[in-house]
Design a protein around this ligand. Structure first.
Ligand code: ES4
Ligand code: ZN
Length: 324
């Protein structure tokens, strides 16, 4: 099984690049940029990663991201992630970044974008790993703040492949961002949104019908709504599910309670993803391994999950054919 897991070609569709910041790099970048961290050492950082819910994670995630200052910092962060992709046989990855987290600290909009882009280009050149870059809007901030960052992105239209919506879900429903997503679609960007992670199934309906997203990030709360599950299955709306994230953030108490295989059996286009691997204890292979060992997923099911990601990704049909 371990050889099967290692060799399985993987596509990642739900990955926050700021969530790949390992404690070692957090300390190295803090030192490089003259920033003092509220931790004594790497072990103290890891010990703090005991999350009760999404918000308790986000507090540490935004605090950690504050060590990212220069284009080189974003390059180094992204390059380290892509090395993990190469080790895990991830052949294509569609990653998120959160520009508002950085511009709020005085980092220019272009800095994260150019550093991340340079690393993605280098990985394609060296290893043939293809990629897309999705700009996420922080939903705990106002729609007008999101619209302002969207207008900044227009100058870099060709370097951004889509628009997403992340951060604190409950209390920040899709309906808050209707104008922003309409503008993003007018600008030609495909859209995705986190929905149904901690929020209710109704947020999944609204992400589809109000924001007109082409994929749902997480989406696991669809199990509360049979009509929604039927729609997701018949329309083959992709759900980018993140097993280790879900158990770390107590969306499911333990991996044995995870419903991803039930959704797969019902014909939904569910995929496996790592979300914020530095915080949740594993990259792509580790997420697949958790399904194999704790949910007893068969090789056929694991292969289907991987093939669903081929269907759900933004490569063109010719490139997809080569991956099937
Ligand atoms: C996130 Cl797991 C998760 N959910 C919502 N927003 C996020 N940003 C980074 N990780
Ligand atoms: Zn996420």
């Amino acid at each position: 099984m371990e050889i099967f897991l290692a060799e399985l070609p993987k596509i990642e569709l739900h990955l926050h690049i700021e969530g790949t910041l390992e404690p070692e790099m957090m300390f190295a970048l803090a030192q490089r940029n003259g920033i003092t961290l509220p931790y004594a050492d790497v072990e103290a950082v890891r010990a703090a990663y005991q999350f009760a819910n999404l918000q308790s994670f986000l507090d540490l995630y935004y605090q950690g991201a504050a060590v990212l200052c220069t284009e080189q910092d974003f390059y180094d962060l992204t390059w380290a992630y892509l090395q993990r992709c190469q080790q895990d046989n991830v052949v294509h990855t569609e990653i998120f970044f959160d520009p508002q987290t950085h511009t709020a600290r005085g980092v220019d909009f272009a800095v994260p974008l150019q550093g991340i882009r340079r690393a993605l280009a280098e990985a394609e050149r060296q290893w043939g790993i293809t990629s897309r870059l999705i700009m996420c809007i922080l939903r705990h901030l106002s729609e007008d703040e999101g619209l302002a960052i969207l207008e900044q992105a227009v100058d870099y239209r060709d370097e951004i492949d889509g628009i997403g919506l992340d951060s604190a879900e409950v209390g920040n429903p899709p309906s808050k961002f209707v104008r922003l997503f309409q503008r993003a679609r007018e600008l030609g960007w495909p859209c995705v949104a986190h929905a149904g992670e901690e929020g209710p199934a109704s947020y999944i309906w609204d992400a589809l019908d109000l924001l007109k997203v082409v994929r749902i990030d997480h989406g696991v709360r669809c199990v509360d709504d049979p009509l929604l599950m039927a729609r997701l299955a018949s329309e083959r709306v992709p759900l980018t599910v993140c097993p280790l994230s879900n158990t770390r953030l107590k969306v499911f108490e333990q991996m044995a309670d995870h419903t991803i295989l039930d959704l797969l059996d019902r014909g939904l286009c569910v995929t496996v993803n790592s979300d914020d691997p530095a915080y949740f204890g594993g990259y792509m292979t580790a997420n697949f391994r958790a399904l194999a060992t704790e949910l007893h997923a068969s090789r056929e099911q694991l292969r289907m999950l991987s093939l669903n990601a081929v269907e759900a990704c933004w490569l063109d049909e010719r490139q997809k054919k080569a991956l099937r």
